[in-house]
Write a protein that binds this ligand. Structure first.
Ligand code: ADP
Ligand code: MG
Length: 367
């Protein structure tokens, strides 16, 4: 196994497409590390450089503190699992798993021992002699993992391995994959555009957008302490609400105001702003579950008109009219206001986020 580190890594295609811009991060030995971001943000380019399939335009990639820029892919000992699995359709499960070992001319007894180990580990023993075209999606996925792990890679890379499965199977495969990889203890780089997958599976996540790393952290850190507006909006479902506001100080008290509300900051939130000298015009970010709703006035609350109500059983999603934007609240399922009714709203002030209007940077980010 190995750690993987990127130092100021760039990928520029044809002298102009900046696919990866100055990436710096380190995945520790044995860690399950996810690279998350929208389609086209540079995830696959990053991992192809790590695997040695793509030249590094600038910067250094290190395995266990050793620069591998010039090392051919075959020597890096990286195994990859792709979305399209790329199994050999005319071979059975056994031969598909054995393939990378046959390429290396290992003795037959050793191949047999390793294939049987991988098959047992992945629960594929009953289908070892079956042709892969007769397998279910989940079984094919396991065969492709078997083929990757049978050579005992230093680093396992998975590029959107379950993105094309339907939702139910994806959730099951997610749990299964996580369990298997944890048992192996192999350093894993898991690439996905699906924030739910990253949040559920990864020890740490690197979030990318437009070629740049936005934040590296644990799922909880990224959720509760987003570095910028992009991260806040990308993580979480339903997504974070945003609206413009202004920070106003009146004597000892701080307020945030907008045409739709005036909210006094509590002591904890106020303390976070002590020493803040930046622009008082800010973009407020609040997640739907941190929007607290009541049918009657509460302390420090304000009235908003209900636009739409979506019951989801255990919870209700309420769309509210806020400064001409839609603001979503996620409340318990037994709260069902009427459309056009005025409800009373306040925010869980522990989880209010404030972003610079121009740069999107979280002005209260705790690094
Ligand atoms: P992701 O995997 O996050 O969807 P990619 O790394 O595949 O993103 O692509 C990042 C950017 O680089 C995209 O704009 C894509 O069009 C571009 N790109 C990827 N591969 C090539 C290539 N071989 N030549 C030119 N541009 C490429
Ligand atoms: Mg990709």
């Amino acid at each position: 196994m190995a750690s993987v580190e990127l130092r100021n890594v760039w990928k520029i295609y044809g002298g102009k497409v900046q696919a990866v811009i100055d990436a710096c991060w380190k995945c520790n030995d044995g860690e399950f590390f996810s690279i998350l971001g929208p389609s086209g943000c540079g995830k696959s380019s990053t991992l192809r450089m790590i695997a040695g399939l793509e030249e590094i335009t600038r910067g250094e990639i290190l395995f266990d503190d050793r620069v591998v820029n010039k090392m051919p892919p075959s020597e890096r000992n990286v195994a990859m699992v792709f979305e399209n699995w790329a199994l050999y359709p005319n071979l059975n499960v056994y031969e598909n798993i054995a393939f990378p070992l046959r390429v290396r001319n290992l003795p037959e007894a050793e191949i047999d021992r390793k294939v049987k180990w991988a098959a047992e580990f992945l629960g594929l023993e009953p289908v070892l002699k079956t042709g892969v075209k007769h397998l279910s999606g989940g079984e094919m996925q396991r065969v492709s993992i078997g083929r990757a792990i049978v050579r005992e890679p230093a680093v396992l890379i998975m590029d959107e391995p379950i993105s094309h499965l339907d939702a139910g199977l994806r959730a099951r495969m997610r749990d299964e994959l996580k369990k298997q990889v944890a048992e192996l203890g192999v350093t894993t780089l898991y690439i996905t555009h699906d924030q739910v997958e990253s949040m559920a599976m990864a020890d740490r996540i690197a979030i990318m957008n437009l070629g740049r790393i936005q934040q590296v952290g644990t799922p909880l850190d990224i959720y509760y302490n987003p570095a910028n507006e992009f991260v806040g909006g990308f993580i979480g479902e339903p997504p974070m609400n945003f609206t413009l506001c202004e920070l106003v100080q009146e004597g000892e008290n701080y307020f945030i105001t907008s045409p739709s509300f005036r909210l006094q900051l509590d002591d904890i939130c106020k303390a976070r702003f002590l020493g803040y000298r930046g622009n008082p015009k800010l973009k407020l970010g609040v997640r739907p579950e941190d929007v607290l709703v009541s049918l009657t006035p509460m302390p420090n609350s304000f009235g908003l008109r209900v636009d739409f109500v979506e019951p989801q059983g255990d919870r209700t999603i309420i769309s509210l009219q806020m400064n001409g934007d839609i603001f979503l609240a996620q409340v318990l399922g037994d709260l069902r206001p009427e459309v056009n009714q005025t409800v009373y709203v306040t925010f869980d002030q522990r989880h209010m986020h404030f972003f610079d209007v121009e740069t999107g940077v979280n002005v209260l980010y705790m690094s």
